[in-house]
Design a protein. Structure first.
Lengths: 218, 218
DNA sequence: ACCACTTACATACGCGGCGTATGTCCTAGT
DNA sequence: ACTAGGACATACGCCGCGTATGTAAGTGGT
């Protein structure tokens, strides 16, 4: 039966990814010995090289898995919010808070980019950025935010979030720093709104022309 | 003469830093062989371990040097601008553009954080963030920007810039992407202004109370 | 059902890099 | 001048990675 075979292989891959994820997330990519964590999964480096080519390939697989999980979580957060704008803001805040989780921070925001380069440029395009982009696109067509290139904005927000998370995590008082960061982040996002609450601005400021241009720059 | 001795030592340190900077900036930290680049400087690993303890120590020294240069450049940019706000914006744009330089990008934004953790938390506190913070503080006391924690804002901007730079550098069309990123970045910063050009907002929005609170959170 | 071939791993080997321990020379203080 | 300590170089061992090779099990054709 061929199913059996495929399942075994998938299980082996999964075990390797899980073991690597554990190791990368705790001691870090560079310090994680392939011999060690493959042995922890009851395998050897032979299996690793067979399935993933090299250590980097395995890291990439781990990143894809985590990225998918993060994207799903973000989508749930934004979907649960009462309004689209609030959904977006909560999505961003959730992004910061996810970046506080040691495993995500270490793998996605430290070792990942360092080893693989800019992940969002990879075949496995960063789902989180796509999610943020889509939220921004909808907000812009609604005229809820200023005319801004969504992908650019998503990437800027992404960068700000991840750095904020790094800062918070390394801070002496993580809770306090986190509060400051989230507050500041909300303030920054507020600047993107057309109908913001900071002062008496004309609500019609985001005029019809806002939907006219596409972000495709020829 | 004791000066001679000290000068020789300083020169050795400088040679090591320069060689390491070259190597780290091109092939990257992990791929840079200590034997290779110390030999390139006419020295051996012995000198390196003597002066910097280990490879990480040398990286830290390289980072401090680059950071100082960047800070100086940023200060010149902001000082040359006609207004304080414009100076700040140009400072941020310059920051993005510096992050496009391969050496800065690789060492300061990729390998540095990956190897040393969040650099801005280190004894050699990141000068660029301090510079941005100071600019923001002044703008806030002038009432030119909304009430926001300057350090938080500086760090968010810092994160956004560095990620933008990574994105640009890995892009297919760096010039076009750079233009998009800078435009988007300006739009994001515009959101921080109290007296912005997006709509008729009361210019007195930044009232005297803005200068009342210190960023020291007790 | 048998055989040729491939797949999925494990084992074995070599190399390069890092850290440390040790050695040597040279300078500076007395 | 003599000595102690600093500034390096040299030597050694270990570990981790990548590759080449081995092996058992599975798969497809006839």
């Amino acid at each position: 039966m061929r199913r059996q075979r495929h399942d075994m292989i998938a299980e082996t891959r999964a075990k390797l990814i899980a073991a690597a994820r554990q190791a990368f997330g705790t001691v870090g990519y560079a310090e994680a010995s392939m011999d060690d964590f493959t042995a922890g999964a009851g395998l050897t480096r032979g299996a690793l090289y067979h399935h993933f080519g090299d250590k980097k390939g395995l890291l990439q697989a781990v990143i894809e898995e985590i990225d998918a999980e993060m994207t799903a979580r973000l989508n749930r957060v934004s979907a649960a919010a009462p309004s689209r704008w609030e959904g977006f803001v909560e999505e961003c805040v959730a992004y910061i808070q996810m970046a506080l989780e040691p495993e995500i921070q270490r793998i996605m925001f430290r070792d990942g980019p360092a080893v693989l380069g800019d992940i969002s440029q990879w075949p496995s395009n960063n789902g989180c950025i796509a999610a943020l982009s889509e939220s921004l696109r909808q907000l812009r067509t609604e005229g809820a935010i200023v005319d801004i290139d969504e992908e650019v904005a998503a990437r800027l927000i992404n960068g700000a979030s991840s750095h904020a998370a790094l800062w918070i995590a390394n801070s002496d008082k993580p809770e306090e720093t986190s509060q400051r960061a989230v507050d500041g982040f909300r303030a920054l996002l507020e600047g993107l709104r057309v109908d913001n609450s900071r002062g008496p601005v004309d609500v019609m400021g985001g005029r019809e022309q806002s939907a006219q241009q596409e972000h495709e720059t020829p």
